[in-house]
Each structure stands twice: as structure tokens, then as C-alpha cells.
Design a protein around this ligand. Structure first.
Ligand code: PLP
Length: 420
């Protein structure tokens, strides 16, 4: 019988009793181990490890990562402010955003650094801070996305400044006397060392055009295996040839570049799960399927609907019962929406794919693992007016700490204004 990744049977029951389901649970020990691995990435001339906070932006997670030595990548001005209010020093925050914040002057004056991600952003930064220090997010022309939807480099991606536009960037840099101190490229979720080396080569070619560049940020995108048959990136294996490339660059140019990496997924994916309950079952007969209906769904976890993402799932019988047989089922969420499917076929989020699980009774607990990244922070929140779920942390001390309360129904519509 399979077991959840980090929760024991007793912890599942204890959390469900104290806080009810559905609820997100994070494991402090797993977070810490991932942080240590990121900070050990091979870098010959110094490393800054950043946490791409959009993966899971709860302040309790941010402050733990802060205490363990990580810096932060923010994807919007709002994320910058959220991190600062959680107690992250502004000097540790770097902004790379699709939408440039209107209050960029205030944010930069707090002490954050900025990677301009478009020509317009270079111009806007130059106007606000002539002579200022700026990073550039470049699209080097390749990508390696885990799925087509998460590919963030190459000609199909709008992220960053397309490498052929750098002439225009150079003109703006001159116009505003900017100092380009960092080149940033984030090419998407991959685990192939060859693709990484190719991306690093292309990125370093851009560095040669900017003599003031001291930092190279390689982004995130280190693939994590969530399902048992998926492999995780070995940071030491991917990093070894990257380190050599930095060393060769230094030998050739005399420039010893400080390396930055900024994973989101890698730091949190397997350190979080969604603890739910089986609230109903149905069958559609001989030609159909057996369905398990959970008390959670796309309102709390959207990756299966959005990407046909595969998440490990475990039925946790209320009383331990090692003799229960298995059953092939379709797992669905609680929304009145056919897209609220938790076991999609990996090729298409709209296709059903049966999953073999321990036979479940109504009322059993149910754990969706691999749910630390892009889950609690990226839901179809409040659809069908389901309130946002709480989050707890299983601390290294064994204590289970509430880090986000369950939303109340009033909070779901508190900003509505009735028509008179
Ligand atoms: C989202 C993002 C990351 C993190 O990506 P992962 O695939 O979660 O590692 C890093 N850098 C930037 C700029 C991002 O937008």
C-alpha cells in the first residue's frame, strides 16, 4: 500500500481533525534540504541562490528561506511588496516582471534590483534612474519547457528581450547612461544538462556585449520528479558543465562572473501536499468509470486542469487498513465543471485517465503530493464560491503550525458593493 510522501497516517488524521480538510501541508525538513541543495550549486566565482517566490508565496516559507540564506525573485511589484512585508530585506529581492510596476521608483529606492524584461522596461527604468544599475532578462533563443505551456525560452516565448533586439537595448543603455550589471535568462523547466550548457553559452555570448556585467542569472526551471517514474534534476550533474563554462569564460576574457540561479519548483514542489477527503463516489457502469469526488479541486489545485499535470495520490483510510484491495478510479474535484479533473491523461487535460489507488470509502482522507509549487498560489480561487483553503507547516520540531487561515465565506465577497 502506498503512503504519502512525508505525512504519516497519524499526522493526516491529526491535521484533518484540528483544521478540517482540504488543507495544504508543507514539510519544513524538505524545504530546508532543497535550500541546501540549491546553495551548493557548483559556481566557481560565487553564487546567489534565489527563490522564485511565485511558486509558493506564503510569508512563513519566505522567512524560512531567508533565514537559510536564500535571496528572492519577484514576478511583480506586488510580490516585491509582499516579500518586504514578510520581512525579506529589499536588497535580497530581484524583480523580473512581465508587467512593469507603476511604482518602480519606490521599489528601487527600497533597495531591490531590477531585470528589465522588454525594451519598454529598459526605457522606463532609464527615465526613472538615468545612470542606474540594471539587469537585462534575455531570451537567448532556446528553451526546454517541461510542457509546451511551461516553455519560457525560444521563439514561442514572450519572456525577456529577444536576443536579436539587443542592438536596440544598447542604444537605450547609451541614451540613459545605464550600467548593465546582470544578464538574466530563464529558459524553462528542464533537466537536460546539454540544454543547460547551450543556454549558458548563448547567455555568456550576450555578456560579452556588456562590459559592466558582473552577475549572470541562469533562472530556474530545474525539473522535479513528482511521480515515481519521473526523474528530478541533479543540481550537481547539471551544474558541473555549467561551472566549467564559467571557468573557460574567465580564462578567455578575464571576467570572473558571479552566478545566480532562481528555482521555484525545485525548492518547494515535493515539500508540499494537499490533504483532502473523499466526500462522494459514483459509478457510470460497465462502459464507464468509478469516480472519487474530493472536497477539493481546481479551486485549490489547478495544475491538472491547466497542464494535465500528474500528481501522486494516496488514499488514507480513516483506520489503518493494510489489507484493502486496489481499484482503478477517476478522481474529480468538487466544482460543477467537467474540467475539474484531477486524473487527466498526460497528453490532454480534457481526457480521463484511470488511476489505480487503494479502494476508498466516503470519508477517507486523500493526499495529493508534489503540490508545493504553483498550487496554493495558483488556484481557480473562489470558483463556485469555495473559500480559499488554509496552510500548515510540519515543523522540524514536530509541531504543526498554522501559516494561513481558512478564508471565510464573508471574505469571498467582501469587496462587492451592492447596487442601490
Ligand atoms: C517562474 C520563474 C522562475 C522559477 O521557475 P521554476 O520552473 O519554478 O524553477 C525563475 N525565474 C523567473 C524569472 C521566473 O519567472
Amino acid at each position: 500500500m502506498s503512503t504519502p510522501r512525508f505525512l504519516s497516517h497519524d499526522q493526516c488524521k491529526q491535521i484533518a481533525q484540528e483544521y478540517r480538510t482540504p488543507i495544504y501541508v508543507y514539510d519544513e525538513a524538505s524545504l530546508k534540504q532543497a535550500a541546501e541543495e540549491v546553495l551548493a550549486f557548483p559556481a566557481p566565482y560565487g553564487l546567489t541562490g534565489r527563490y522564485a517566490m511565485k511558486a509558493c508565496p506564503n510569508g512563513a516559507i519566505l522567512t524560512r528561506f531567508r533565514d537559510w540564506g536564500l535571496h528572492f525573485d519577484a514576478s511583480s511589484g506586488h510580490e516585491v511588496q509582499r516579500a518586504v512585508r514578510s520581512g525579506v530585506p529589499a536588497e535580497r529581492i530581484s524583480l523580473s516582471s512581465q508587467e512593469f510596476p507603476d511604482n518602480i521608483t519606490d521599489l528601487v529606492n527600497l533597495g531591490i534590483s531590477v531585470n528589465a524584461c522588454s525594451l519598454k522596461q529598459v526605457e522606463a527604468f532609464g527615465e526613472a534612474f538615468p545612470g542606474g544599475k540594471l539587469g537585462l532578462r534575455v531570451n537567448p533563443g532556446v528553451g526546454s519547457g517541461g510542457t509546451k505551456k511551461t516553455n519560457v525560452g525560444g521563439p514561442s516565448s514572450s519572456f525577456g528581450i529577444w536576443y536579436e533586439l539587443l542592438d536596440q537595448v544598447e542604444a537605450l543603455v547609451e541614451k540613459y547612461s545605464l550600467q548593465v550589471f546582470r544578464i538574466h535568462s530563464h529558459i524553462g523547466s528542464g533537466s537536460d544538462p546539454d540544454v543547460w550548457v547551450k543556454a549558458v553559452d548563448l547567455t555568456l555570448a550576450q555578456v560579452e556585449r556588456f562590459p559592466n556585467v558582473t552577475n549572470v542569472n541562469l533562472g530556474g526551471g530545474f525539473k522535479v520528479g513528482r511521480m515515481p517514474d519521473e526523474v528530478s534534476t541533479d543540481l550537481q550533474v547539471v551544474g558541473a558543465p555549467v561551472k566549467k563554462t564559467f571557468e573557460a569564460f574567465a580564462e578567455r576574457t578575464g571576467r570572473k562572473l558571479h552566478m545566480e540561479i532562481e528555482p521555484g519548483t525545485y525548492l518547494v514542489a515535493n515539500a508540499g501536499c494537499l490533504l483532502a477527503s473523499v466526500q462522494d463516489k459514483t459509478s457510470t457502469g460497465e462502459e464507464g468509470h468509478e469516480f472519487l469526488k474530493l472536497d477539493t479541486g481546481m479551486t485549490d489545485i489547478l495544475r491538472p486542469t491547466l497542464y494535465a499535470a500528474q500528481q501522486p495520490m494516496t488514499v488514507v483510510p480513516l483506520e489503518e487498513d493494510p489489507d484493502r484491495e486496489e481499484q482503478s478510479v477517476i478522481v474529480v474535484g468538487h466544482c460543477c465543471e467537467s474540467g475539474d479533473l484531477l486524473t487527466p491523461d498526460p497528453s490532454d487535460p480534457g481526457l480521463l485517465k484511470e488511476r489505480v489507488l487503494t479502494r476508498a470509502n466516503i470519508g477517507d482522507l486523500f493526499v495529493i503530493d508534489g503540490a508545493g509549487a504553483y498550487c496554493a498560489g495558483m488556484p481557480a480561487k473562489n470558483y463556485n464560491s469555495f473559500p480559499e483553503v488554509p496552510e500548515v507547516m510540519v515543523c522540524e520540531s514536530g509541531e504543526i503550525a498554522l501559516i494561513r487561515k481558512r478564508q471565510t465565506l464573508d471574505q469571498v465577497f467582501q469587496n462587492e458593493v451592492p447596487l442601490s
